[in-house]
Design a protein around this ligand. Structure first.
Ligand code: BJW
Length: 235
């Protein structure tokens, strides 16, 4: 598929796309945090049991965003969005803001955003750049101690699913970039797309997932594979 009006592209990204910006992936060798797997920290039960520890996990990651920049892969996807003549949607599992800072706007963050906080009392989600502490108060209802990271934890419903499924049901090209395909429902997007005959399903990854639903796999660092793909698509 090259640049043609009417062709629809849906991209799914995971933490591998931000690895070359300096953010660790979840299941790589540097993926543990204080000896814990993400499955032990990113749950509502963990937050109830050890709120300070969970807040600290997200405070550190929110602070780390100040020290990193979008890389060539984020920038290439933003250019694709600007120049592609057909439908285009970028779905990210990442909670960093690197796609947005690179210029992507047709973007859905299905696992939430580090730079937002949500109030357990009034439900508002608001921009949040500082550390969250037990003394933080909600900018809308002013209750103290009710803010949590605006993050989708295990067992919680991912965001924007209707819009994702709408776009996936019309995709001519689906590209999964830098994701291990271990977390649902994002892991099943390729199955959903595969039910539409003729869809091109491409995986760009450092290590292949081995999922046979992809009909093309390109191995390499995202900065290289994504730039090459975007150049091909816009040629
Ligand atoms: C490079 C690279 C480079 C490295 N270049 N590549 C059994 C069966 C099916 C489902 C379930 C089940 N048991 C439980 C579930 C459900 C559960 C789930 O999936 N669990 C699994 C562990 C089995 N899912 C949920 O609970 C979700 N909710 C849900 O299902 O609700 C029901 C519902 C569905 C639909 C509608 C309504 C309701 C919620 C999942 C929330 C996930 N949250 C996390 C943490 C929070 C965010 C945060 O703290 O950041 O999101 S988990 C963590 O994993 C994070 C990520 O977004 C997510 C995916 O990880 P990712 O990005 O793929 O990272 P890695 O480390 O796994 O992979 C990195 C990849 O990059 C690798 O492939 C490398 O090769 C590659 N790479 N460097 C290119 N330079």
């Amino acid at each position: 598929m090259t640049k043609k009006a009417g062709q629809s592209i849906v991209i799914l990204t995971g933490s591998g796309i931000s690895a070359e910006s300096g953010l660790p992936t979840f299941r790589g060798s540097d993926g543990l945090w204080q000896g814990r797997r993400v499955e032990e920290v990113a749950t509502p039960e963990a937050f109830e049991r050890e709120p300070l520890l969970v807040q600290q996990f997200y405070n550190l990651r929110r602070a780390a965003l100040q020290r990193v920049e979008p890389n060539a892969a984020h920038l290439a996807l933003a250019a694709l969005e600007r120049e592609w003549p057909g439908e285009y949607l970028l779905i990210t599992q990442n909670v960093d803001d690197l796609h947005f800072r690179a210029g992507s706007r047709r973007l859905l963050s299905i696992h939430g955003e580090l730079r937002r906080a949500r109030c357990l009392s009034c439900g508002a989600d608001t921009p949040w750049m500082e550390d969250l502490t037990p003394d933080s108060s909600c900018p809308r209802c002013h209750e103290v101690g009710k803010l949590r990271p605006h993050i989708v934890w295990f067992g919680e419903a991912p965001m924007h699913m209707d819009q994702c499924l709408d776009a996936l049901s019309q995709a001519d090209l689906f590209v999964a970039i830098g994701t291990s395909g271990k977390v649902y429902p994002a892991a099943s997007f390729v199955d959903f797309v595969a039910s539409r005959p003729g869809t091109r399903r491409l995986e760009l990854n450092q290590e292949a997932t081995g999922n046979p639903r992809f009909n093309e796999v390109r191995i390499g660092p995202a900065t290289e594979t994504v730039q090459a793909l975007v150049a091909e698509l816009l040629a």
